[in-house]
Design a protein around this ligand. Structure first.
Ligand code: ADP
Ligand code: X2W
Length: 309
């Protein structure tokens, strides 16, 4: 410990101690809590950032939190589809997906993005186990379309998760592992029987379904903006906290990728997760700052009742 006669080093050391002490009540509060992290492809922009995310998950696991990662990979999918010459477009923030595209998407998400995340998480110990919605009947999905400018749009092989088998996830958590889940899902018919088709599920939507099934303490979505802006792209309009009814009123005015993201956050909180947060994945360790500081970071969504707890 530096001596008080060396003011700069002493102040720096005191600052560090302050940060650790600020974390203590949150560490106590979140002991044993399940938190679901949606790691978006746009937040995976560099190797050091991906490493920092993996370190955050391992840190959380070691202070008693039970993290679950659901990942995306939109930009990585774009690159692969382009290489394969498969056309793709987004409507209402969701990819119009052909059967041919599903094969490529499955390969990129579970064969590439998930593998890299698992190996980063396992750099310092045997923590991560990768799963997709196809493993152990983790997800059941039905086809969904969307509405753009009042008109119904057919999205092809795009799914909405209608059932989550939470057991394999909780078994992994009980064993001290960090589940890493890719957002592809088997399709089921109206009777709940598998049709044999695989559907492409937006990763925010899949993560929300997992957060609801696990009744997560937190649903945290990492993306490539600081949070939700009231008047996008006006950078002065960042919202630090809003309630579910305030968000519901904003939903019709949202654009592009923010539509499924904020719909997912709403679904998570209304479905039983205590909180949802949108944080900037372009800066390292935002997950730790969001969870272990008094002010948090990014945009927090709270239920209409209990906003102060
Ligand atoms: N109101 C808004 N606030 C913040 N971002 C917005 C808003 N409306 C649209 N966006 C866009 O949504 C993007 C995030 O969605 P998306 O690209 O799907 O992220 P991810 O790949 O992380 O899921 C931002 O980069 C931004 O361009
Ligand atoms: C239906 C749909 O849009 N699926 C997404 C799945 C990946 C994803 O959501 O990735 P990000 O989180 O990086 O955006 C897609 O095909 O891009």
């Amino acid at each position: 410990m530096p001596h008080p006669s060396d003011p700069t080093r002493y102040e720096t050391a005191q600052l560090k101690a302050g940060v650790l002490m600020e974390a203590l009540p949150w560490i106590q509060r979140y002991a044993g809590a399940v938190m679901v992290f949606k790691y978006g492809g746009n937040a995976m922009v560099s190797e050091p950032l991906r490493e920092a995310f993996a370190q955050d998950m391992v840190f959380l696991r070691h202070v008693g939190v039970r993290p679950v990662v659901v990942h995306g990979g939109g930009p990585q999918i774009n690159r692969m589809l382009e290489r394969l010459g498969i056309a793709s477009e987004f409507r209402g923030g969701l990819r119009v997906t052909s059967r041919e595209a599903v094969d490529a998407i499955r390969m990129v998400l579970t064969g590439q993005v998930q593998r890299e995340l698992v190996s980063l998480l396992n750099a310092t110990g045997p923590y991560a186990v990768g799963l997709s919605g196809e493993d152990a009947e983790l997800f059941r999905a039905v086809r969904r379309g969307t509405v753009v400018d009042g008109a119904e749009v057919d999205l092809g092989h795009v799914g909405e998760v209608v059932g989550v088998n939470a057991e394999p996830i909780t078994q992994l958590l009980d064993a001290g592992r960090i589940p890493v889940i890719s957002s592809v899902a088997p399709e089921v018919d109206v009777a709940g029987r598998p049709t044999g088709e695989i559907l492409n599920v937006n990763a925010d939507t899949a993560a929300a379904a997992v957060a609801v099934a696990l009744r997560a303490e937190k649903f945290v979505a990492l993306t490539d903006v600081e949070g939700l802006y009231a008047n996008w792209p006006d950078r002065d309009s960042l919202i630090s906290s809003l309630s579910t009814s305030e968000l519901r009123a904003m939903l019709p005015g949202l654009q592009a990728g923010m539509i499924p993201k904020m719909e997912a956050a709403l679904r998570a909180v209304e479905g039983g997760a205590r909180r949802a947060s949108i944080v900037d994945g372009r800066s390292p360790h935002t997950c730790l700052l969001e969870i272990f500081t008094d002010t948090g970071i990014g945009t927090q969504l709270v239920p209409d009742h209990g906003a102060s707890s």
